[in-house]
Ligand binder design. Structure first.
Ligand code: FES
Length: 322
């Protein structure tokens, strides 16, 4: 995973407990291009690595804009951003990755943001507007004070449905919102629905879209859903790291993830929950038991890569390109 340096150009209070971080390239350097929906890893003080979605216009080359919620359940990442970053801090970051791509050819797109989920949604809205595509945004937050980037969204002058729980007297009726989304152009089959936000909202979104027959439903998770091991997953298997020539056993007392860390294998772990894609590793031989939320069903079925932070194995032997 390639990394580079960037420096903190601007820190801005965007909403209650939400800070935006604008990163610029080091003098004389440029930032790698990115697609709307992409995220980068920040290597934070204390050795933490955390992923954050990019909110800015994907045509920009001079900056990356992130929105970071100070999470009360923080394992240290968001707290480090809020309490330790200063203007001028130089950080190691990853190149952008995108597991939440836009289908730019869609007849219509519905972008749904829950809370800090606005970050990739805002970049997607900017992109669709630049392309002149038909789209709308649904922005859901507990209150106006806790909704980030509302001015940026309003400045796009695109159709936005705002819902603030405190003003509306309760949480949104997601089913009603989705049911009412008759496309401005085309049909439901060429309308794409995107959602980013809390797990409970995404679970409901996926369920309702399935019930409504909305096949083009896409989500980006910030928090992992625990995926159980498959019935045919092995508790004991042999792992060969082809590049480094190391071989080890995974036993009922250990996990692949733990063993890779113990061996100091060259894997850039970030979320360690199967949601960011940082630890994507090429599979040379063997059948992974995929337990991540990153790869599509087709990608998982191809068994060409796996997220080694959470996944296991269904075959006796697993050979990884490490
Ligand atoms: S470290 Fe994030 S998916 Fe593995």
């Amino acid at each position: 995973m390639s990394t580079l340096k960037a420096w903190v150009h601007t820190l801005r209070h965007e909403a209650r407990d939400i800070l935006s971080v604008e990163l610029h390239a080091m003098p004389g350097e440029s930032l790698p291009p990115f697609e709307a929906g992409a995220h980068i890893d920040l290597h934070l003080p204390g050795g933490l690595v955390r992923s954050y979605s990019l909110a800015n216009d994907s045509r920009e080359r001079h900056r990356y804009l992130l929105g970071v919620l100070k999470d009360k359940a923080s394992r240290g990442g968001s707290r480090a951003v809020h309490e330790q970053l200063r203007v001028g801090t130089v950080l190691t970051i990853s190149a952008p990755r995108n597991h939440f791509p836009l289908h730019e050819e869609a007849g219509h797109s519905v972008l749904i943001a829950g809370g800090i989920g606005i970050t990739p949604i805002l970049s997607m809205a900017r992109r669709l507007q630049a392309l002149g595509r038909s789209f709308e945004v649904i922005d859901l937050a507990r209150s106006r004070a806790s909704a980030a980037f509302t001015e940026d969204l309003a400045a796009l002058a695109c159709p936005v449905h705002w819902h603030f729980d405190d003003e509306a007297g309760g949480p949104p009726d997601l089913r009603a919102l989705l049911t009412a989304r008759t496309p401005a152009t085309g049909t439901v089959s060429d309308t794409h629905f995107y959602a980013c936000g809390p797990a409970v909202m995404l679970d409901a979104f996926e369920k309702i879209c399935a019930e409504l027959g909305y096949a083009n439903a896409h989500i980006e998770r910030f928090a992992a859903v625990e995926v159980q091991a498959a019935d045919d997953a092995r508790q004991r298997f042999t792992v060969e790291l082809r590049q480094s020539g190391k071989t080890f056993e995974v036993t009922p007392d250990t996990t692949l993830h733990q063993q890779l860390i113990a061996l100091n294998a060259n894997v850039p772990f970030s979320c360690e929950e199967g949601i960011c894609g940082a630890c994507e590793t090429r599979v040379i031989e063997g059948t992974p038991d995929h337990r991540d939320m990153v790869l599509s069903a087709a990608e998982q079925a191809s068994n060409q890569v796996m997220m080694v932070c959470v996944s296991g194995c269904k075959s006796e032997r697993l050979v990884l390109d490490l």
